[in-house]
Design a protein around this ligand. Sequence first.
Ligand SMILES: NC(=O)c1ccc[n+]([C@@H]2O[C@H](COP(=O)([O-])OP(=O)(O)OC[C@H]3O[C@@H](n4cnc5c(N)ncnc54)[C@H](OP(=O)(O)O)[C@@H]3O)[C@@H](O)[C@H]2O)c1
Length: 321
Amino acid sequence: MKYNRCGRSGLMLPAVSLGMWHNFGSCDVYDNAKKILCHAFDRGVTHFDLANNYGPVPGSAEETLGRVLKDGLGTHRDEMVISTKAGYDMWDGPYGNWGSRKYMIASLDQSLKRMGLDYVDIYYHHRPDPETPLEETMGALDHVVRQGKALYVGISNYKPEEAKRAFEILKDMGTPCLIHQAKYSMMERWVEDGLLDLVGNMGVGLIAFSPLAQGLLTDRYLNGIPQGSRMTKSQFLRPEHLTDEVMSKIVRLNEIAQERGQSLSQMALAWLLKDNRVTSVLVGASSTEQLDRNLGAIENCSFSSEELSKIEAVLEKQGAN
Ligand SMILES: NC(=O)c1ccc[n+]([C@@H]2O[C@H](COP(=O)([O-])OP(=O)(O)OC[C@H]3O[C@@H](n4cnc5c(N)ncnc54)[C@H](OP(=O)(O)O)[C@@H]3O)[C@@H](O)[C@H]2O)c1
């Protein structure tokens, strides 16, 4: 594993981190979840990312991690970076969503209980809240650090302008923002419009989520939609996303990857990691084999200008879609 410094902090993160959004809920097979987590750790993937609502059912991914830690992995707690978040709908009534101090602090207490932990390494605000003053939400993040319930804090899904304000508020409070978690892949490039420059200039790390576009940027859908794939069971990735246009791009990108001696998933991850402002790519996996293949990306993250232009030509057509 290669470890990258997270912004201008003291914390190093693995170039590839593992997210527990899908495949680790109470509806999934516990033994498979445990196998993936332990294998990831054995391969040097020291960072595991969660949120209060990951499951399904909401909360159950945190319970799965708690169980795996209790089953033995927890003896390595100091070798791991565990993150969780709050910001989406989690419990009934006006205090289980968005960004109030009330919600942020109660949610972390619940998350810690589900995972059986005293603290998380990173606590995130999951998405901006248009109603709550940013000072209040950032104040809650600062507070949990002072309580010792989180070591670092981050934000997710904030656009550059609001991210800048959040960074400034946190800095003034004495709890600098460690990291921004943003959706970034060959298929989704909004971070190139100001956010990458911002985190680079302000010394904040960036972790790219859904770097494989939920599996589109792999060989998963090259020959149809396999039973059991995310596209057959998740509301977030549906067959209508696999348009002819998207399919032809995937085929073309796959050819370029092969010319580089990589799989498509490896090239998609390497393409993100070539920018040193990207601290880590946050992948999902439903098997240890997928994870292993993805870890191979680290072996070649450099691109010739010719390769980059070829990729750009394919992606630009994507944007016009
Ligand atoms: N902050 C936020 O708002 C936010 C939002 C979304 C996600 N996230 C974080 O980002 C993490 C990753 O998101 P993601 O799961 O969408 O990431 P992703 O890496 O883009 O997609 C993962 C899925 O792609 C397929 N896959 C992965 N490697 C493969 C391979 N080598 N060959 C074939 N298929 C492969 C698997 O799908 P199958 O199930 O079909 O096998 C896997 O579940 C989440 O777990 C979460 O921690 C954060």
